[in-house]
Design a binder for this molecule. Structure first.
Ligand code: NAG
Ligand code: NAG
Ligand code: NAG
Length: 539
């Protein structure tokens, strides 16, 4: 990316050509050094498109004050700071909304009730007086900085894409003009036709001549292919063959039997569930429920549009198993009985008597863990493998402004469960696992000090599903207006029925997903997993 630094930073309010914020923006810490105080600019309304201020600070709104928000915006290089709805903090280079009467700004800040934090969709706006007025800046004030790398896994070099600038006729001057108009101190062009602006140069960005850039790319490619989570398989895959495999590692206690159908058990689009273990009483039934619930997130990740909407049904079906376990069915609590009542959808075959036996307890022999032999299907088990309960050690964030919270994530899409590792062979040193694949052997495992990373990964995946499913659903949803009656709902087709409550615009939906993501990262920073999953099976 050819970046250009403006030597004199400046802008003026209400010039509104800002592109959409990229999810790849890396939040920087608040400015803790003394700086010239921001001055109050007034009370402004958010009309939603474009958003009044595009950067949402990840700082908690629970103890937000004007000073904290201003420090967030200063630390991230923005000119304006805006507070809304009791203390949600935003920053931006321009204020993209009309001024409204001062009396509209009336909500106290959660962190200091003598300060005002906007209203509902109304922002109290402050500005950094060290920026010069935009009229005083021309594109000649920008100085060339050379060639820079872009788009690392830590974010982009410059965050704001200028989609309004036509790519086919892009020139450096046009891009400079767009960034100047948007009040940005940095401008950059890449891919012949893309113009980007920024308030800072992204934190993982390097000045690049051709050779160092190429070297970095090569290093990156080889390291990324080697850091992909290896499937920590200790048994042969059993779901696609007609033969069962049994681990013969002669460990002491815990050997389990699983009845597997030869093909896909529950299918949503491109995704197949991993077969649930057989059950024969309420305790093993709950184990099957746990196994089911741990797979829900992977459905959202893998099913593909539009069948991904069936994943909501899959989640409910798992819940039905739990209810079934509690119901003390007269014919005995058995998988086949439940199957008769609520067959899984999409799977082509009924469950068959194919038995897979895996060791659950840590192996005590020196035999290689992958050793397998084949046994007849009739083998039955002694003890069942313990399945951890599907309680997430990561926290679903809450936000009154956007209306999400525990039990009601954006779009109803929960984050993948991070809980105890269910595989003994995986366990040593790695008590935790993020359940984002139906095959638990392919799920990423985490060491005891890795909970924050595990939760950050879960937050990211929830964000991706939120955009791919919820925002996508909002975009495609047949438009019957916001007040579609229950009667209409009952008559609606599958897509509309499922997206009934999804009445956000695509942009609005993405904003919600982003807000939930940044809140998620913040609230999970303190999750340590201390006291959780102390020993294998002992959860
Ligand atoms: C709360 O805000 C008021 C008004 O800005 C200020 O005078 C006061 O010092 C603040 N209180 C705290 C605890 O920061
Ligand atoms: C900056 O990027 C590095 C990777 O280059 C990352 O480890 C670090 O957390 C980032 N810092 C901030 C403040 O985001
Ligand atoms: C979406 O619909 C719900 C229920 O009908 C309503 O409470 C909510 O305000 C609506 N949201 C938007 C963004 O229109």
């Amino acid at each position: 990316m050819a970046a250009v630094l403006r030597t004199m930073a400046a802008t003026m309010a209400a010039v509104a050509l800002v592109g959409h914020v990229q999810a790849t923006e890396v939040p920087l810490p608040p400015c803790l050094d003394p700086f010239r105080p921001f001055v109050y600019s007034g009370c402004f309304q958010d009309t939603g498109s474009p958003q009044i201020l595009p950067y949402r600070s990840p700082a908690s709104s629970d103890d937000m004050t004007v000073e904290k928000c201003v420090a967030e915006c200063k630390g991230n290089g923005y000119r304006y700071a805006g507070l809304v709805y009791y203390g949600v903090c935003y920053c931006g280079q321009t204020v993209n909304g009309p001024a409204v009467a001062e009396s509209e700004c009336s909500y106290p800040c959660k962190g200091n009730s003598s300060e005002v934090c906007g209203g509902n969709n109304i922002f109290s706006v402050y500005q950094d007086p060290t920026f010069l007025p935009v009229e005083d800046v021309t594109i000649q004030d920008y100085a060339p900085l050379g060639c820079w790398t872009d788009d690392s896994s830590y974010g982009r070099a410059l965050t704001y894409r200028q989609n309004q600038v036509d790519g086919a006729t892009l020139t450096t001057e046009k891009c400079l003009q767009a960034c100047r108009d948007g009040g940005f101190p940095f401008a950059g062009t890449e891919f012949s036709g893309e113009c980007w602006c920024g308030v800072v140069i992204g934190n993982d960005t390097y000045s690049a001549n051709a050779e160092t850039w190429l070297a970095a790319q090569l290093a990156r490619t080889s390291s990324s292919s080697s850091t992909a989570p290896p499937p920590t398989s200790t048994t042969t895959s059993s779901t696609t063959t007609s033969q069962s495999s049994t681990t013969t590692t002669s460990s002491s206690a815990c050997v389990s039997t699983t009845v597997v159908p030869p093909t896909c058990e529950y299918k949503c689009g491109k995704w197949c569930s991993s077969p649930l273990p057989d059950w024969s009483d309420d305790k093993t039934c709950k184990g099957a429920w746990s196994n089911c619930a741990l797979q829900v997130a992977s459905c959202f990740k893998g099913a593909g549009w539009p069948e991904v909407l069936d994943c909501f049904d899959f989640g409910e079906w798992c819940g039905d198993i739990s209810k079934y376990c509690d119901s003390k069915p007269s014919g005995g609590c058995r998988k086949s009985d439940f199957w008769g009542k609520k067959p899984p959808k999409g799977g082509s075959n009924p469950p068959k008597t194919i038995t897979v036996t895996t060791t659950c307890a840590p192996a005590t022999t020196t035999k290689p863990a992958g050793t397998t032999t084949t046994k007849p299907a009739s083998t039955s088990s002694t003890t069942k493998c313990p399945v951890p309960t599907p309680t997430n050690i990561c926290v679903q964030p809450s936000n009154g402004y956007y209306g999400y919270g525990p039990g009601k994530p954006v779009g109803g899409i929960e984050m993948p469960v991070v809980t105890c590792n269910d595989l003994a062979a995986d366990w040593p040193g790695y008590p935790f696992k993020g359940y984002s694949d139906p095959d638990s052997r392919k799920c990423r495992k985490y060491p005891r000090n890795g909970c924050t990373n595990a939760c950050a990964d879960a937050c990211k995946e929830q964000y991706e599903d939120c955009v791919d499913v919820y925002a996508e659903g909002c975009r495609r949803k047949p438009n019957r207006g916001r007040d579609a009656s229950y009667f209409e709902f009952a008559q609606a087709d599958g897509l509309e029925r499922r997206t009934w409550r999804w009445n956000d615009s695509w942009n609005g939906a993405v904003d919600k997903c982003k807000a939930q993501y940044s809140d998620c990262l913040r609230v999970n920073r303190g999750v340590t997993g201390a006291g959780k999953c102390p020993k294998f099976g002992g959860w």
